[in-house]
Ligand binder design. Sequence first.
Ligand SMILES: NC(=O)c1ccc[n+]([C@@H]2O[C@H](COP(=O)([O-])OP(=O)(O)OC[C@H]3O[C@@H](n4cnc5c(N)ncnc54)[C@H](O)[C@@H]3O)[C@@H](O)[C@H]2O)c1
Length: 257
Amino acid sequence: MKLQRLSNKVAIITGAGSGIGRATAKRFADEGARLVLNDINKATLEELAGEIARKDQCVLVSGNIALESTAALLKETALKRFGRIDILVNNAGIHWIQDITETTSEDFDHVMATNVKSMFLNCKNVIPEMIKQQRGVIVNLSSVSGYVGQEMLGKSTFLYNMTKAAILQLTRSLATRYAKDGIRVTCVAPGVTKTNQITTVHTPDLDGFWQAVEGVQPLGRYADPAEIANCILFLASDEASYVTGTSLVADGGYLAL
Ligand SMILES: NC(=O)c1ccc[n+]([C@@H]2O[C@H](COP(=O)([O-])OP(=O)(O)OC[C@H]3O[C@@H](n4cnc5c(N)ncnc54)[C@H](O)[C@@H]3O)[C@@H](O)[C@H]2O)c1
């Protein structure tokens, strides 16, 4: 018999149109969850809805998650349609490859807003509902980039790394504050995963880029988005009932080097 680890749980997933968010949405649907799916790209979100199990248990909310209005709409939609919010997956994020000397303050604000303010807004909106329920799980997408300094294609990824480190701390702070309310807050820190975030990297030699990535992973390959979705599923499920305030690093051994 197929496991239904999220049977009738209501989950909000941001950035669900592509990559890790898309794989997570499909996995959650297979595990019986009722879904409120967000992406800034309406077309990819609609395409995903066509592929998902139990379409009638899935609502789409397109919009920029860095805006307070989108976070509020996600919460309102979940409550109106399903009456509760069990799981929030703060997944949407963008990469940044540029040295600090070439980065404008507008660039800085944009990346911070997309990767960090979005999670602040979603948590701020959803936590009061989880407190009322005395139950809930938040899974944030950090990265191995939150732990180390990195360069890609000869440039720094400092700003991306700063945002991913902020997410580790957001996770710890909310976990200790709301543990008494039955809310677990965790994050997943993936290593390089084959998604649009990475395949849109501008290089004349993308194949060479992937080979170089494989060369520095102890497991000798990059991750498939479905492997990261498995980690998110575990943390969101009751199987992780004693896990909070921490990060699950899924990086093929990269940080162990
Ligand atoms: N791919 C990797 O190697 C990797 C590694 C570590 C962490 N991550 C993290 O995983 C998460 C998912 O990334 P991915 O690799 O699946 O990337 P992706 O580009 O494939 O998917 C990200 C999705 O987020 C959406 N999005 C971007 N800005 C948005 C906004 N303002 N509002 C709503 N949606 C928005 C995009 O349209 C896209 O569908 C990100 O937080 C990323 O930083 C990725």
